[in-house]
Design a protein around this ligand. Structure first.
Ligand code: GLC
Length: 537
């Protein structure tokens, strides 16, 4: 691994293919749609694209249920479309990261279909987590684990004593990672995409693949506890051996190929284990995503993230939104903008849209001033809010259905992007998008922002240019005393950022304003409430 590796300071843009751009007019985004917007992405100034799954899949969990790891689902195009997209991205200097979903397959994967047709003691079943049920007639699940999406984590095989484990939907059976055949298969899948030229992998549920010996009952719900999953199914030491083996595969290839862990693990010491020198290169920093709009909380997360990634020679990452939680402009517009892993409904407190956007624009000023790698979720550069009032009849997230609507699910952050305010479906493609777009998306459309010097899109472009120019991703930060508990200031090389998290104006320190989160700060003497500046120092 070279010290110059591209991912050490890369800004990585997450594409959720279903909702990025639809080229064939069926209302669902596709790979040719991505290719058609590569110029837009290159001009935005990001370094790499991470694509959520586009593999063959019955789409029970929007593609995170993979039926064939080596093919593109016809919904999204073909392998040739993938190659064209990759080539187009590389031609523009953009790296490509694909999503790897190793914890579970789809129940329509050939392996699982074969397992269901085979004997309980067969090698086909040994690829998954089949167990005999409890009770006189095996009528009870083998243990008390719950699915992350709600309901039991076990489904009984029809007419049999055996049950299979699924930490997510019943259409996502967990693989048995103690089985060497499973390990060999995934190393081969890695090579398949590495040979095609991908630059890296985002590893789904990286903390879930090994389960504690004997699958013991778990006393509490294994759901998130302050941002980390806890229980005998999460963060078991055995997962690291898998990543060390994968790392050896990646290191056979040139070009600093990388892996980034989706691991909901706490505390940061535990997370740092995923990015030790012989494991993955990055792990998503969900503590940052979950941090409240509070100076102390942000400062603490930043310091601990840098400290723990430094301790293993890795780089910190910064992420504010993804396809699994309420978009941050909407979170930040709530009276209590804390952890919201789940969606909002029309019956919930509705976010203050203007305040949320203002804070989001201020927060990206802090985020992009930090050293390491940053993630941008598609539409974030437009300031896009969540669809917070989506009618239940449109909801597709399995979480919504498995909890009988008790949990809203994640559809609100997965709504197709608005490209053109005056076209049908705001220029997404087709007439009817797979999830409905709220009316306010017209205001956020790309074409409405492109020529506006004070748009959120323009702000992102400026910040990304300045970040690259001043090599902030390779820098180090020093905190400055602000004399206030609700104002943060730090210096990274030639840039000082001041973030005012309070509801009052504060005095602006000396220095030329080179970027401002809202227009006009440079003309005044203050940093207004809920805003930020970059000053040259
Ligand atoms: C990850 C994905 C999420 C998916 C789940 C199961 O958390 O980000 O979208 O539902 O894994 O694969």
């Amino acid at each position: 691994m070279s010290a110059q590796a591209w991912w050490r300071d890369a800004v990585i843009y997450q594409i959720y293919p279903r909702s990025f751009k639809d080229n064939n007019g069926d209302g669902i985004g596709d790979l040719p749609g991505v290719t058609s917007k590569l110029d837009y992405l290159a001009e935005l100034g990001v370094d790499a694209l991470w694509l959520s799954p586009f593999y063959r899949s019955p789409q029970a969990d929007a593609g995170y249920d993979v039926a064939d790891y080596r093919d593109v689902d016809p919904l999204f195009g073909t392998l040739a479309d993938f190659d064209a997209m990759l080539e187009g991205a590389h031609a523009r200097g953009l790296k490509i990261i694909v999503d790897l979903v190793p914890n579970h397959t789809s129940d329509e994967h050939v392996w699982f279909k074969a397992a269901l047709n085979a004997d309980p003691a067969s090698p086909e079943r040994a690829r998954y987590m089949f167990r005999t049920g409890k009770g006189e007639h095996a009528e009870l699940p083998p243990n008390n684990w719950q699915s992350v999406f709600g309901g039991p984590a076990w489904t009984r095989v029809e007419g049999e004593d055996q049950w299979y484990l699924h930490l997510f939907d019943s259409k996502q059976p967990d693989l048995n990672w103690e089985n060497p055949e499973v390990r060999a298969e995934f190393e081969d899948v890695l090579r398949f995409w590495l040979d095609r030229g991908v630059d890296g992998f985002r590893v789904d549920v990286a903390h879930g693949m090994i389960k504690a010996e004997g699958l013991p009952d778990f006393g509490q719900s294994q759901c998130m506890i302050e941002g980390g999953n806890v229980g005998p199914m999460w963060d078991q030491d055995g997962v690291h051996e898998i990543y060390r083996a994968w790392r050896r595969v990646l290191d056979e290839y040139d070009g600093d190929r990388m892996m980034v862990a989706e691991a909901w693990v706490q505390p940061q010491e535990r997370l740092a284990r995923y990015v030790r020198p012989d494991e993955m290169q990055q792990a998503f920093n969900f503590d940052y995503l979950l941090a409240r709009w509070n100076a102390d909380a942000l400062k603490r997360v930043i310091d601990t993230s840098i400290m723990h990634s430094d301790s293993v020679g890795a780089v910190p990452t910064w992420v504010m939104s993804n396809h699994d939680g309420v978009r941050h402009p909407s979170r930040l517009g709530l009276a209590d903008p804390g952890c919201r892993p789940n969606g909002l409904t029309a019956n919930d407190e509705q976010p203050d849209e203007a305040l949320g956007l203002r804070r989001a624009r201020a927060l990206i000023m802090l985020t992009l001033a930090l050293p390491g790698s940053a993630y941008v979720y598609q539409g974030e550069e437009l300031g896009l809010p969540d669809h917070t009032t989506m009618d239940a009849k449109y909801r597709q997230d399995p979480t919504f259905h498995r909890t009988n609507g008790e949990e809203t699910g994640r559809d609100g952050c997965r709504v197709p992007l608005p490209w053109n305010a005056s076209q049908p479906a705001f220029g997404f493609g087709g007439e009817q998008t797979w999830l409905p777009q709220p009316e306010n998306y017209a205001r956020y459309a790309v074409d409405a922002q492109l020529d506006q010097s004070d748009s959120t899109l323009a702000l992102y472009r400026t910040l990304l240019t300045q970040r690259a120019e001043h090599a902030l991703g390779r820098g180090r930060i020093v905190w400055n005393e602000t004399g206030r508990s609700d104002v943060l200031s730090l210096t990274n090389g030639a840039i000082t950022v001041v973030l005012n998290l309070s509801d009052r104006d504060v005095e602006r320190p000396e220095g030329d304003v080179i970027v401002e989160s809202i227009p006009g700060i440079g003309n005044g003497q203050v940093v207004p409430a809920n805003s930020a500046v970059w000053l040259a120092c």
